[in-house]
Ligand binder design. Structure first.
Ligand code: 13P
Length: 253
């Protein structure tokens, strides 16, 4: 079975509610084009903007949170739980983004707790993995990614593995304009899938694996033509409707 193609924008800490609403209202054409071309599209706004975006996008535009807590409620100041997201119809959550790993102590073990809870709640985790520049330079990419996948995906069922998304985002390529070459991206995404295969067998063939890191309209097609890259997780180039649309159009060309 051919895997779906997915373009997911990670807005990070960008856009006020009114800016997010403007994007949402303007994204109807993008959503229709994506539907007609069998591409999954989505955006991940800040918590504050989730509900507004959800209420103003087309039904097929995925709205993802950028994080969640693994407990349902409690004394966790500043956190947002899975039931809170579910209630407003948000069923996708990015976990383990490198910025959260760097600044917010998001460990592989913590990601695994979130992963398990998200699956229990029928949500789609988008699990980010990737090495730092230092690890890359020292030839540690595959060791790092293997550890991230093995711990992050521990204890799942094969059925769950078919529904999750893994995004390979080399930290040195994020927001730097220095995107990984197509060869590197394909090689590591194939490796990610092979680690999933070691853990869960053939279910790995259905896991969506994305590349992220300085993806833009000019380079998206090359990544998406690679056999193990099923889509892109995009920061900067997903913030404006015209570049989002250009990525989508180039992706299906
Ligand atoms: P950029 O596309 O801005 O490099 O960000 C990538 C990213 O971190 C997406 O999650």
């Amino acid at each position: 079975m051919a895997r779906a193609k997915l373009l997911l924008g990670n807005w990070k800490m960008n856009k006020t509610v009114s800016e997010a609403k403007e994007f949402a209202l303007g994204s109807k054409e993008i959503a229709a084009f994506a539907k007609a071309n069998n591409v999954l599209v989505g955006v991940a706004p800040t918590f504050l903007c989730l509900q507004t975006v959800k209420e103003n996008v087309a039904d097929n535009m995925i709205v993802a949170a950028q994080n969640c807590h693994f407990e349902n409620s409690g004394a966790f100041t500043g956190e947002v739980s899975i039931p809170m997201l579910k209630e407003i119809g948000v069923n996708w959550v990015i976990i383990g983004h490198s910025e959260r790993r760097t600044y917010d102590n998001e460990t592989n073990e913590k990601c695994n707790k979130k992963m398990v809870k998200l699956i229990e709640n029928d949500m789609v985790p988008v699990y980010c993995v990737g090495e730092t520049l230092e690890e890359y330079v020292n030839g540690k990419t595959k060791d790092v990614v293997k550890q991230q996948v093995r711990i992050g995906l521990a204890g799942l069922s094969k059925e769950a593995v078919k529904k999750i998304v893994i995004a390979y985002e080399p930290v040195w390529a994020i927001g730097t304009g220095k995107s990984a070459t197509q060869e590197i991206a394909q090689d590591v995404c194939a490796y990610v899938r092979s680690v999933v295969r070691e853990m869960y067998g053939e279910a790995a063939e259905e896991t969506l694996v994305l590349y992220g890191g300085s993806v833009k309209p000019e380079n998206i097609k090359a990544y998406l033509s690679s056999p193990d890259i099923d889509g892109a997780l995009v920061g900067g180039a997903s913030l404006k409707l015209d570049s989002y649309q250009a990525m989508l159009e180039n992706l299906v060309k």
